[in-house]
Design a protein around this ligand. Structure first.
Ligand code: KDG
Length: 338
């Protein structure tokens, strides 16, 4: 009997030791995050990803390595999000506009002239409404980490100096692949075409489109002045970026590594906003040296605002009137205390 008990105890100990060994092995498992973006390696977005990579690799003691790809090397925003869903790529960072086909509520951030300042945008995005939307991404197999910044978008074109909506009449303007952007440009009188970012430069070069709209940093760093002679500080929409990771990959990461990734995403967000704002300021000044930059008067800007107002009512159902009101209330709350 004693022998049987001793045998059983020994067996239990051996099995326990085996399991303990297994756990140790899994905590030493290594992971690779392949991250891709559409902008090039001179962008604030890429530099911020480099900072994310540096923090993650250091803080995970090499258990996570991050590989970076720029200039749509891994595909356009929509394709990369689909690759995240299939578990074929781990990370990307699109503007909110191409997220709308996946989660329609993200359209709220594409409403023209919504955010009065970068700081008001930070307040809403980093608050509960922003978080609510990030959480909605898990319905489509994606974990939304944090908001980074693309920034205020401005019109450039190869035809004429634009001061009023009448000046964009009939102009072929490339927009991001999002119906609200198309409708907003139609309302301003343009003839818009949706297109992935990776195709934009050659479309402008070949005259497939006359113009496009992007933040100053992108206009400068992607060499758009080579094919566009005119810019106008329309600032018609503030474009957030969403740093996102495949939900399957995320769920498989041990908790301590999830914390490392989330902390790095937040630290790199702060770097990103600081860098992006500086770039947008500095590159606007540099653009003035190489292209005609029109700065709108308040009255001229009001004409653009008036032209696109209809979009708010037209998209209330698709986005949800409650959500639009919740965002506007947050903006008002921010404005009244700042
Ligand atoms: O890396 C981000 C880009 O892919 C894209 O979102 C940039 O604003 C953009 C655009 O115009 O497509």
């Amino acid at each position: 009997m004693k022998r049987v008990v001793a045998f059983l105890v020994l067996s239990v100990l051996v099995i326990a030791a085996l399991f303990a060994g297994g756990q140790e092995e899994s905590s030493e498992q290594t992971y690779t995050i392949t991250a891709g973006i559409g902008l090039n390696d001179r962008s604030a977005q890429y530099e911020s990803l480099e900072s994310f990579k540096e923090i993650v690799e250091r803080e995970s003691n090499g258990r996570i390595s991050v590989e970076l790809y720029h200039s749509s090397q891994l595909g356009d925003d929509r394709e990369m999000m689909e690759a995240l869903q299939r578990g074929e790529q781990e990370m990307t960072c699109p503007s909110t506009a191409p997220i709308v086909p996946f989660v329609p509520e993200f359209g709220v951030f594409d409403l023209p002239f919504l955010f009065p300042s970068n700081e008001a945008a930070d307040y809403v995005l980093d608050g509960e409404v922003g978080q609510q939307l990030l959480d909605r991404l898990s319905d489509v197999g994606i974990k939304g980490l944090v908001y980074w910044e693309n920034g205020y978008r401005h019109l450039t074109n190869s035809v004429r100096a634009v001061r009023t909506p009448a000046d964009v009449s009939g102009m072929k303007v490339r927009t991001m692949e999002n119906p609200m952007h198309l409708d907003a440009w139609r309302a301003m009188g343009a003839n818009p075409t949706p297109m992935a970012f990776g195709e934009l430069f050659s479309a402008m070069q070949q005259g497939v489109v006359d113009g496009q709209e992007n933040p100053w940093g992108t206009i400068y760093l992607q060499n758009f002045p080579e094919v566009q002679g005119f810019a106008t500080d329309t600032g018609h929409v503030y474009s957030p970026f969403v740093l996102m990771i495949g939900q399957g990959f995320w769920d498989n990461l041990p908790q301590d590594l999830q914390e490392v990734v989330m902390d790095a995403a937040i630290q790199a967000r702060d770097t990103n906003r600081e860098l992006n704002r500086r770039y947008n300021r500095e590159y606007m000044e540099q653009l003035k040296e190489i292209m005609t930059v029109v700065e709108l008067t308040p009255d001229e800007r009001a004409q653009f605002q008036g032209a696109v107002r209809s979009v708010y009512a037209d998209y209330a159902d698709a986005i949800g009137q409650d959500l639009i009101e919740a965002v506007m209330e947050k903006i008002e709350a921010f404005q009244s205390t700042n």
